[in-house]
Design a protein around this ligand. Structure first.
Ligand SMILES: [Zn+2]
Length: 449
């Protein structure tokens, strides 16, 4: 998300109100040193070529780290342990991005290559299994359709020579990261709690929390960074705030939407639209189900039937107006260039009451979606449907299967906790982007000389 072109980050700082004692500072510094050790451990183990298949999406690394026994040896609360792993993994991933862009630049600048050579190299660098296979000196195992494309690009070049070039280039640019800094540590809401005009931080002693009074009363619910200034007896709580950049000149960027009955849309940034949708729809469905004058259905022009129809149309119009207004509000606010939505699930009636079934059935007729499609067309916003299976049960950070605690999605693997629908929307965005990436590879192929 950090490279989302529509989002800029700024940091908000919170400060301690009274100086922190040397003893407490030492306890905080110990956590910072442990987090540094975890990061260096991850760097050592997973920044090499052999680990490349493990770092996306990353749960293999987490599982291996859980089994490593490092956390127990350090006695570090799991929240700090796993956040440090993510930090390190993030660094390794961005290192790979840098390596790739260096290599791509060299490929472009190398006048010995034919257009076919360049096309081959571009292809294998975009197709992750090809890339990993070549770096490891193995024949990549590809799905049928990819295998055919791979064969096609291979047939026109000296693949052996180009593979060697690629391996050499990657080895030259790949560094093993290492950090000596222990000036702070990351904390997520699992590791802190705002209360009493301050913040409680989890400590290494089990169940103990250190209370630090703060100069402001603001509360945040995201991952923060606790920065230590031991000489001055102070800390700052650094809170990254995402600010969506406005583009007055037009719509751009990508938005993932979770769609539902309780709320029409939740975006991947966690913003909600159409929170009253269910009320409108329930009113209409209940009226249709309950108020139809049963003995007069076939009697035309009778006063009961006319009253019924008038009221039904009134409720329908109210719902449609509401839906339209909320779609407009969403588009006006988000100004997306592309919207990703999940395909509607197949109609299922298992386990619900008849009333709930009637409400679901009406929703599934897809009024909201067809309105959304129409309004997107009017504003030339691209609307893309993504594969919806399992999209609400998967963790958007690591891909593991999560559980629900009330409205919260909880990941047992990486400890992500997010509003359920925000997690879904983030998955929608992720799947949408993967889809676009695939398209661009295919597109690229179309240009081969
Ligand atoms: Zn997870």
């Amino acid at each position: 998300m950090k490279d989302h072109k529509d989002t800029i980050f700024k940091t908000v700082y919170q400060h301690n109100q009274v100086p922190i004692s040397a003893a407490d500072m030492e306890r905080l510094q110990e956590i910072a040193r442990d987090c540094r050790e975890v990061k260096n451990y991850v760097y050592d183990r997973y920044s090499g070529i052999r680990s490349l298949p493990k770092i996306y999406p990353g749960y293999t690394v987490q599982n291996e780290m859980t089994k490593s026994g490092l956390r127990e040896r350090l006695g570090l609360p799991s929240v700090y342990f796993y956040l440090s792993i993510f930090d390190a993994l993030g660094d390794i991933k961005s290192q790979w991005t840098d390596v790739k862009s260096h290599v791509e630049k060299n490929i472009r600048g190398n006048s010995d290559f034919t257009p076919q050579d360049r096309h081959y190299l571009r292809f294998v660098m975009k197709q992750s299994q090809c890339f990993e296979g070549i770096l490891l000196g193995e024949r990549p195992a590809l799905a049928q359709n990819w295998e055919e494309r791979f064969q096609a690009v291979c047939s026109k070049v000296d693949a052996h020579r180009l593979d060697q070039y690629l391996r050499r280039q990657v080895r030259r640019h790949l560094n093993r990261p290492r950090t000596d800094a222990a000036e702070g540590f990351p904390a997520s809401p699992k590791g802190y709690r705002y209360a009493d005009h301050g913040i409680y931080l989890s400590m290494k002693e089990s169940r103990q929390r250190l209370f630090i009074p703060l100069t402001d009363n603001n509360r945040y619910t995201r991952q923060v960074y606790i920065r230590l200034y031991p000489e001055e007896g102070r800390i700052t709580v650094n809170v990254p705030i995402e600010v969506r950049q406005r583009h007055p000149d037009g719509y751009e960027g990508e938005t993932g939407l979770a769609m539902g009955l309780k709320c029409m849309f939740v975006t991947d940034q966690g913003r909600s639209y159409g929170e009253k949708y269910l009320e409108y729809q329930t009113a209409l469905t209940d009226y249709v189900r309950e108020k139809l004058p049963r003995h007069q259905r076939n009697a035309k022009n009778n006063p009961g039937m006319k009253k019924y129809n008038d009221e039904k149309h009134r409720l329908q119009a109210a719902m449609h107006d509401y839906v339209n207004a909320e779609i407009n509000r969403m588009l006006d606010t988000e100004k997306p260039g592309v919207i990703y939505v999940p395909r509607l699930p197949a109609v299922s009636k298992a386990g619900f009451s008849r009333r709930a079934n009637a409400i679901i059935a009406m929703w599934q007729k897809g009024f909201v979606k067809s309105r959304l499609a129409r309004k997107c067309r009017e504003r030339s916003v691209e609307l893309v449907e993504v594969f919806g299976k399992g999209i609400s049960t998967e963790c958007c950070c690591c891909g593991a299967q999560g559980t629900k605690e009330g409205e919260l999605f909880c990941c047992p693997s990486c400890e992500t906790r997010l509003p359920e629908r925000e997690n879904t929307a983030k998955n929608v965005l992720k799947r949408g982007r993967a889809l676009q990436e695939k398209k661009s590879v295919v597109h690229d192929e179309g240009f081969r000389g």
